[in-house]
Ligand binder design. Structure first.
Ligand SMILES: [Zn+2]
Length: 284
C-alpha cells in the first residue's frame, strides 16, 4: 500500500480531547467526606472466588469494595435499583473521564438517563498512576470475561466467567430465570484490574494487579443503586482468565449510611435534560 506524500504531516496533527471535562459537573468531595465521617456500616457481603454477589445502596450512602485475603480483581455492574434499564455506561464513562477511573470520577448511566450513578470517593491505589507500559487500574476499557468469547476462541464451555457469575447473582437477587437476568448484565468497571493497550499493536493487555489486602475503592451512591460484583476467575489477572487455574480470593462489599442531616443541601441528580425529540417534533 502506498502512502500519500503528506502521510507524516497527517500523522503529526496534534490530538484534540474529545470531551474537555472543564464543563463536567464537579462532585462536592469535601461535603461527601464530611458525610462519610460518622457514617455507620449497615451491611456487608462477601463475594466468594469465581462467584458474584449483589448489594444495594440508597442515594446518599457509601459502598466500599475491599481486597481482603489476596490480590483479586472484581467486575462491577450497577443499576438503578428501581429501573434496570438505567445501568452503568462504561463507554461513555470512558469518553468523559478516560480509560481508568479514580477518586472524583464517576460511573455514568445509560441513555436516556446519562447522570452520575456513583462517584468514587476513595481509591487506595490512586498512587499507581500510569505505568511504563501504559497500564493503570480500575479500567472502563475491558468488557467482562464471558463464556461466549471463550467458546469463540477456544471452543470451551466455562461457567464461572464474570458474565455468568453476574447473571446468576442477578437472577437470584430478582427471583427470575437466567434467561431473564442475562440481558441486564453489561460492561463493567474493572475494579483493581491493571490494564492498558500496547503502544505497538494497540491490543488490550492485563498484568498482575497491584492490589493487596486492605486496599479498597469507595463510592458515594448518587441514586438508589443495585450492584453486582464478581470475583473474577482471573484472580489478580497476572496470567489468564476464563478458567479455574488462577489463584482467586474473595472480595468484600460494605455499605455505610451517613448520620441524619449529614447531607443537607445535597440532591440526588436528575435524569439528563435532553428533550428527546431527536429533530422530529418541536421540543415541548
Ligand atoms: Zn472476569
Amino acid at each position: 500500500m502506498q502512502e500519500p506524500k503528506d502521510a507524516e504531516a497527517r500523522r503529526a496533527v496534534t490530538p484534540v480531547i474529545c470531551y474537555p471535562n472543564d464543563t463536567l459537573p464537579v462532585p462536592d468531595l469535601e461535603s461527601f467526606a464530611r458525610a462519610r465521617d460518622g457514617a455507620e456500616k449497615i451491611a456487608e457481603v462477601r463475594v466468594e472466588p469465581r462467584e458474584a454477589a449483589t448489594f444495594r445502596a440508597e442515594a446518599g450512602q457509601f459502598f466500599r469494595i475491599s481486597s481482603i485475603e489476596g490480590p483479586q480483581v472484581g467486575d462491577l455492574n450497577l443499576w438503578n435499583a428501581h429501573d434496570l434499564s438505567e445501568r452503568f455506561y462504561s463507554g461513555k464513562s470512558r469518553a468523559l473521564h478516560g480509560t481508568h477511573l479514580t477518586e472524583g470520577e464517576r460511573m455514568w448511566s445509560s441513555f436516556p438517563y446519562l447522570r452520575p450513578m456513583a462517584t468514587i470517593t476513595g481509591d487506595t491505589l490512586g498512587w499507581y498512576g500510569i505505568d511504563g507500559f501504559g497500564g493503570s487500574v480500575h479500567d472502563v476499557i475491558g468488557t467482562r470475561c464471558d463464556p461466549y468469547t471463550g467458546n469463540l476462541l477456544a471452543g470451551s464451555q466455562y461457567h464461572h466467567c464474570c458474565h455468568s457469575n453476574l447473571t446468576r447473582a442477578l437472577a437470584d437477587e430478582l427471583g427470575v430465570s437466567l434467561e431473564e437476568a442475562e440481558p441486564h448484565v453489561h460492561d463493567v468497571l474493572n475494579v483493581f484490574m491493571c490494564t492498558g493497550f500496547t503502544r505497538d499493536t494497540g491490543q488490550y493487555f492485563m498484568k498482575a494487579s497491584p492490589v493487596r489486602p486492605g486496599d479498597y475503592l469507595e463510592f458515594f451512591a448518587e441514586i438508589d443503586v443495585l450492584g453486582a460484583l464478581s470475583a473474577c476467575p482471573g484472580g489478580d489477572c497476572s496470567a489468564e482468565h476464563s478458567s479455574d487455574t488462577a489463584a482467586c480470593h474473595p472480595l468484600l462489599v460494605e455499605v455505610f449510611a451517613p448520620q441524619a442531616g449529614a447531607l443537607d443541601g445535597w440532591e440526588s441528580p436528575a435524569v439528563n435534560g435532553y428533550d428527546r425529540s431527536h429533530g422530529r417534533r418541536a421540543p415541548s
